[in-house]
Write a protein that binds this ligand. Structure first.
Ligand SMILES: Cc1ncc(COP(=O)(O)O)c(C=O)c1O
Length: 363
């Protein structure tokens, strides 16, 4: 058993497969500025996901910011409080205001039935999150947006590989944003990507990530530096080869955890629909925060490090957002943690983790 067992371990292709790509960087001398490896990485992502446009950026947070800017949003954006802080901070950084819509207690995604009551004349968009890779009710959300003439940006940070009605969930919304951070199912160290079905939106994203320069090298709008290096693209290309394998592996491990833990009535699981998740995380919800902290401590004592994810509920970050009650999210975020999950975790390690949890819950 490899200890410590952290909540995740980044997938890394064999070094020689990364150096194969790195060699081409040394040969071309091109390190950045929309280089050949970045273009190849974007093209392979589009082929894999069967989507027409993709822009890779430095990270998922900047990709969310650029997505907001590319759609010219200024005003209130309805989002979920059960997310990583980056969802709200990207909204803040673009001069918009996050408005928190509570979540569904079983799916942990934004409660689409509560969205409409939050729409005001300042609302410009909805930004839901496919929490832990499990698809939101995209049909309903897209219909609400259409009815009220709002844009939709899906924070799909966790959702690479998630399908909805047999196709990638990333085709929904005006823009879907994934994270390619080290902890995600496919990573390039730090990275993110915007997917859209609109050529115009994609060119705007590409312009904004490159200082606002057009093809004639004129500054035509306020951009930033969101470009990715060839070194990151090299890692992304090598890792992407393991994506299909990682998806199959995640599902098998998800089902294994579930089988080992489902006999215990104290544990609840996120409600997921088969075919609408990539199984990339394994969250468990316990009856109380006290019990969660007790179980977490015993795991930590055994060199196992689950993560309280997402905690606390983002609507309570009083230094960066105006508090709005979201009782379901606030409650669940206190009682949820993600168990270790990665391409490398072994079955006997998962069994040991579950044994510790079950024995603590029996006390
Ligand atoms: C839901 C969610 N949104 C956005 C992000 C930000 O992505 P990145 O870390 O690539 O900036 C994360 C990162 O974990 C996330 O979990």
């Amino acid at each position: 058993m490899d200890k410590p067992i952290n909540v995740t371990r980044p997938l890394l292709a064999p070094l020689e497969e990364v150096t194969h790509y790195l060699k081409t960087v040394w040969e071309s001398g091109v390190l950045t500025h929309n280089g050949p490896l970045l273009r190849q990485f974007e093209s392979e992502l589009m082929n894999k996901l069967n989507l027409p446009y993709c822009s890779v950026l430095v990270n998922g947070t900047v990709a969310l910011q650029v997505a907001i800017k590319a759609l010219n949003l200024k005003g209130e954006i309805i989002t979920t409080p059960f997310t990583w802080v980056a969802t709200a901070s990207a909204i803040n950084w673009e001069g918009c205001t996050p408005v928190f819509c509570d979540i569904d207690a079983s799916t942990l995604n934004i409660d689409e039935n509560k969205i409409e009551s939050l729409i005001t004349d300042k609302t410009v968009a909805i930004m839901p999150v496919h929490v832990f890779g499990s698809a939101c009710n995209v049909n309903k959300i897209d219909a609400i947006a259409k009815k009220h003439d709002l844009k939709v940006i899906y924070d799909a940070a966790h959702a690479m590989g998630t399908l909805f009605e047999g196709k990638t969930v990333l085709e929904h919304g005006d823009i879907s944003v994934i994270s390619l951070h080290a902890t995600k199912i496919v990573n390039c160290g730090e990275g993110g990507a915007c997917f859209t079905l609109s050529e115009e939106t994609d060119s705007r994203i590409k312009r904004i990530r490159f200082f606002g320069l057009n093809d004639n090298k004129e500054i035509v709008e306020d951009g930033l530096n969101g470009k990715t290096t060839e070194l990151h693209a090299a890692l992304g290309l090598a890792n992407l080869k393991y994506f299909d394998q990682a998806l199959v592996d995640r599902k098998r491990k998800y089902l294994k955890y579930k089988e080992l833990l489902s006999a215990n009535e104290d544990i609840t699981f996120q409600k997921i629909n088969d075919g609408q998740t990539n199984y990339s995380y394994f969250p468990v919800i316990l009856p109380s925060e006290k019990l969660l902290l007790r179980v977490k401590k015993v795991l930590n004592d055994n060199q196992v490090f689950p993560r309280r994810y997402f905690h606390p509920s983002v609507n309570t970050y009083s230094k960066i957002v105006n508090y709005m009650p979201a009782p379901v999210s606030e409650d669940i975020s206190k009682r949820i943690m993600c168990l270790p999950m990665s391409f490398y975790i072994k079955e006997n390690e998962m069994e040991m983790i579950c044994k510790i949890i079950l024995s603590e819950l029996r006390k």
